[in-house]
Design a protein around this ligand. Structure first.
Ligand SMILES: [Zn+2]
Length: 653
C-alpha cells in the first residue's frame, strides 16, 4: 500500500486537512469499508463568547471516510471527553447524550462511538481503520505474538475489548503513564489499528506503513489464495429460489447480489469452505451488516434458510439476557459451494455493501488459513456487538421503506415514453429496475445501484430470454414484469395493409408480450407478490379506422393477458392491463404532428390534447403512477383487470 498524500493537494486549514487525509484512508477498501474506521484532530477554537476552547473534531456517525467533508466532524469539548474516560462506568445511552451535550455546534452529527478513545490519546492527529491485513494477523492462533514480532516496540498491543466506553477506559489505563511520542500506533486485536502523530501526514503515513508491513507479512499466504480459472454464472432459477427464501425469513423483499468472480468461485470451490467461512467475520464492526456467519446454500433453498433461521434463533436464545429484541433471522450472505457468494440487502446498494464485505472476508480467511488458521472473535463478543444499541442505531435510516423496496422489476421499451416513466416511478418507489429496449442508449440510461439497462429486441426470443436472465443475475430474481414495448404501424385502411407491416405489428405488439411473459414466468413464480402489467391501448375498447394492425395486435395482447391471468392466478401471479389513451409528452409527438392531428379533428392543439370526458391531458407520469399502484400491494386482490387511463371516453365507460 502506497501513501496517497500529495503536498500540492493537501489543504492547509485544519478541518479541510482532516477531511483530506480521512478521504485518503477511505479510498482504500482494504482499510475501511462502508462507514468503518474513524479519524480525529484536537484543535483549539473559539466559542460563542470568543474564548478559546479545546475541541476534539471526531468523525460523526453516518459519515463515510471515503467521502467525508469538514461538516462530517463533530466538535466535542475535549475536557468533557477526558473526564468521561476517568469514570468507572458509563452507560452507552448516557455517553451518547453527554457527548452531544458537550458539542460546540448542536446541529453537528453524533460523535463516533470511539470519541472518548480518540480523546485519551494525547497526539493531535489520530487515525483508525479496520485494515484487512492487520486484523487478519490478529485473527490467527498466536496472533498476538505475530503482531509483536512484526512491529516490536513501535506499537501498543490491546487485547480485544468491546468498542465504546469499555475500550476507551481500557486504553486510557494503558496510555496514562506512557509517552506515546515513542509509539507509532496501537493494534486492537480482532478489531483494527490506530495511528497518531503531531501532524496529519505523519499519522496517515504511519497507518499506511503499519498496514503495508502487515501486507508484506501476508505476501506468502496471499499467493495461496484459490482462484477459479474464469467467472462462474449462477443457476438463475436456484438464485431466485434462494432470494425468495431469504426474503421470507427476513420478512421483506431483499435484493440478492451474486458474485461468481474467480476469487469468489475459487474460494467456494474449496472443500473446507463451508467450515472456514462460518467461523466468524473479519471485525465485529461487520456483524451488523453481515450477521456473524453466512448461510451455506445447498440444493433446497427453503430448507437451507429455515435451518439457518433456526440456528440464528438458538444463537439469540443462548446469548440474550432477556433485554434484547431479536432481529430478523435471515442470512445476509451465502456461500454457494462450487459457484461463489451471494449477498442480500434491503436495496441494491445495501446488497452491494454486503457483497464488498463478503469479498474482503473470504480473502482474509484464505490468508489466515495459510498462516495457521482463521480464528476470529467468539460468538459472545459478536452477539454483544450485533445487539449493541449504538451499532443498531447505525442501521436506522429513518422512516418507513418505500412501498416497492427490495422488489425487482423488468420493463420492456424502457428507453422512452411510458416505459421510461414507469421504470422511473418503480425505481422511485424502491424497486430495482431492469430496463430493456431495442435502443443501445438503454445501457447508459440505466446505470447506478438498482438499475440495469439491457439491449433487447422483443421480437427475438433468445434476446428476451437473455435479458430476463441478466436481470435475475443482477438482482437475484424477478417480481414485476411490465410488457410495454410496442409500436404504432403506419395508418392504412384494411385493403391497403402491407403484409410486412401487419406481420411486424403482431410480432412486436403481441409476440413481444408473449415472449416476455414466457421468459419471466418461471422467475415470477419464485418472486415476491409477483405481478404482470401489460400496457395495451385505448384502441382495444375503442378502436379507430385506419389502425387495424395496431388495434388487432393490442386486442390480441389483451386476450393473451386475460389467459395469463387465468393460468397464473393459482400460482400467485397477478396479471392486469392498462389501456392508456395517447400521451403527448413523448418524443413521438412533434409539434408539427400534433398540429396536423388537431387540424384533422377541427380542434385547437390544446382541445385535441384534452378531448376526453374529464377534459384533462393524460401524461406519461399519470400512466406510470397508476402502473406502479397496479403492480404494487394496493392491488394485491386484483387480477385480470383492464383499466382505462384516458380521461374518460364515452365509448369505453
Ligand atoms: Zn473501530
Amino acid at each position: 500500500m502506497k501513501s496517497r498524500y500529495d503536498d500540492a493537494a493537501a489543504p492547509t486549514e485544519v478541518l479541510q486537512l482532516r477531511a483530506y487525509t480521512s478521504r485518503l484512508l477511505g479510498a482504500e477498501p482494504s482499510l475501511v469499508l462502508h462507514g468503518g474506521g474513524n479519524t480525529s484532530v484536537k484543535h483549539t477554537a473559539q466559542d460563542f463568547f470568543g474564548e478559546p476552547v479545546e475541541l476534539l473534531y471526531v468523525k460523526g456517525s453516518g459519515w463515510d471516510l471515503a467521502s467525508i467533508e469538514p461538516a462530517g466532524f463533530a466538535p466535542v469539548r475535549l475536557d468533557v471527553l477526558r473526564k468521561m474516560a476517568r469514570l468507572s462506568a458509563l452507560a452507552d445511552s448516557v455517553m451518547v447524550r453527554e457527548q452531544r451535550a458537550a458539542m460546540l455546534e448542536p446541529s453537528a452529527p453524533n460523535p463516533s462511538v470511539e470519541a472518548i478513545l480518540h480523546a485519551v490519546l494525547p497526539p493531535a492527529w489520530v487515525d483508525h481503520t479496520h485494515a484487512d491485513a492487520v486484523v487478519t494477523l490478529t485473527n490467527t492462533p498466536g496472533g498476538e505474538a505475530r503482531v509483536r514480532e512484526l512491529y516490536g516496540e513501535r506499537v501498543l498491543y490491546v487485547p480485544y475489548v468491546m468498542p465504546g466506553f469499555v475500550l476507551a477506559r481500557a486504553v486510557y489505563e494503558l496510555v496514562r503513564e506512557r509517552d506515546l511520542s515513542k509509539l507509532e500506533g496501537m493494534i486492537l486485536s480482532n478489531h483494527g489499528v490506530f495511528t497518531w502523530g503531531d501532524d496529519a501526514r505523519t499519522s496517515y503515513e504511519r497507518m499506511i506503513r503499519l498496514v503495508s508491513e502487515a501486507e508484506d507479512a501476508l505476501a506468502g499466504p496471499r499467493r495461496a489464495r484459490p482462484l477459479a480459472p474464469h467467472r462462474v454464472a449462477p443457476d438463475p432459477l436456484a438464485l431466485a429460489s434462494l432470494r425468495a427464501a431469504v426474503s421470507r425469513a427476513a420478512g421483506r423483499a431483499m435484493i440478492a447480489r451474486f458474485d461468481g468472480s474467480p476469487e469468489a468461485a475459487g474460494f467456494a470451490a474449496r472443500e473446507d469452505a463451508p467450515a472456514i467461512a462460518t467461523r466468524g467475520p473479519v471485525t465485529p464492526d461487520h456483524v451488523i451488516r453481515t450477521k456473524a456467519v453466512p448461510l451455506v446454500a445447498g440444493t433446497d433453498a427453503s430448507a437451507d434458510v429455515a435451518a439457518y433461521a433456526d440456528a440464528y434463533r438458538a444463537y439469540f436464545a443462548r446469548n440474550d439476557d432477556g433485554s434484547r429484541t431479536m432481529l430478523d433471522p435471515a442470512p445476509r450472505w451465502a456461500l454457494w459451494p462450487a459457484r461463489g457468494l451471494v449477498a442480500f440487502g434491503a436495496s441494491a446498494k445495501a446488497a452491494g455493501e454486503v457483497a464488498d464485505i463478503a469479498r474482503h472476508t473470504i480473502a482474509c480467511i484464505s490468508d489466515a488459513e495459510a498462516l495457521g488458521g482463521w480464528a476470529p472473535l467468539g460468538e459472545r463478543d459478536l452477539f454483544d456487538m450485533e445487539y449493541w444499541t449504538l451499532e443498531q442505531a447505525k442501521l436506522r435510516t429513518g422512516g418507513a421503506p418505500p412501498p416497492l423496496a427490495g422488489k425487482i422489476a423488468f420493463v420492456t421499451g424502457a428507453a422512452s415514453g411510458i416505459g421510461r416513466a414507469i421504470a422511473r416511478e418503480l425505481g422511485r418507489q424502491g424497486a430495482a429496475v431492469c430496463g430493456a429496449d431495442v435502443r443501445p442508449s438503454i445501457t447508459e440510461d440505466f446505470t447506478g445501484p438498482g438499475r440495469l439497462g439491457v439491449v433487447c429486441d422483443v421480437t427475438d426470443a433468445a434476446a428476451v430470454d437473455a435479458a430476463v436472465r441478466a436481470c435475475v443475475e443482477a438482482f437475484g430474481g424477478l417480481d414485476l414484469l411490465v410488457c410495454n414495448a410496442g409500436d404504432f404501424p403506419p395508418s392504412a385502411p384494411i385493403e391497403a395493409i402491407e403484409e410486412a407491416a401487419w406481420a411486424r405489428a403482431l410480432e412486436l405488439n403481441l409476440g413481444g408480450v408473449m415472449r416476455a411473459m414466457r421468459a419471466a414466468i418461471p422467475f415470477l413464480e419464485r418472486g415476491l407478490d409477483p405481478s404482470i402489467l401489460v400496457i395495451a391501448s385505448r384502441n382495444v375498447p375503442a378502436p379507430g379506422p385506419g389502425a387495424a394492425a395496431y388495434s388487432a395486435s393490442k386486442a390480441a395482447a389483451t386476450q393473451l393477458a386475460r389467459v395469463a391471468a387465468l393460468e397464473l392466478a393459482p400460482r400467485g401471479v397477478r396479471v392486469n392491463l392498462l389501456h392508456p389513451d395517447k400521451v403527448f409528452d413523448t418524443d413521438l409527438w412533434t409539434e408539427e404532428k400534433l398540429r396536423l392531428r388537431a387540424e384533422h379533428y377541427g380542434l385547437s392543439v390544446e382541445a385535441y390534447k384534452r378531448s376526453n370526458l374529464l377534459g384533462v391531458e393524460v401524461t406519461t407520469d399519470d400512466v406510470a403512477r397508476i402502473a406502479a399502484a397496479v403492480l404494487g400491494p394496493t392491488f394485491r386482490t386484483v387480477t385480470g383487470a383492464q383499466i382505462p387511463v384516458d380521461g374518460g371516453n364515452d365509448r369505453v365507460v
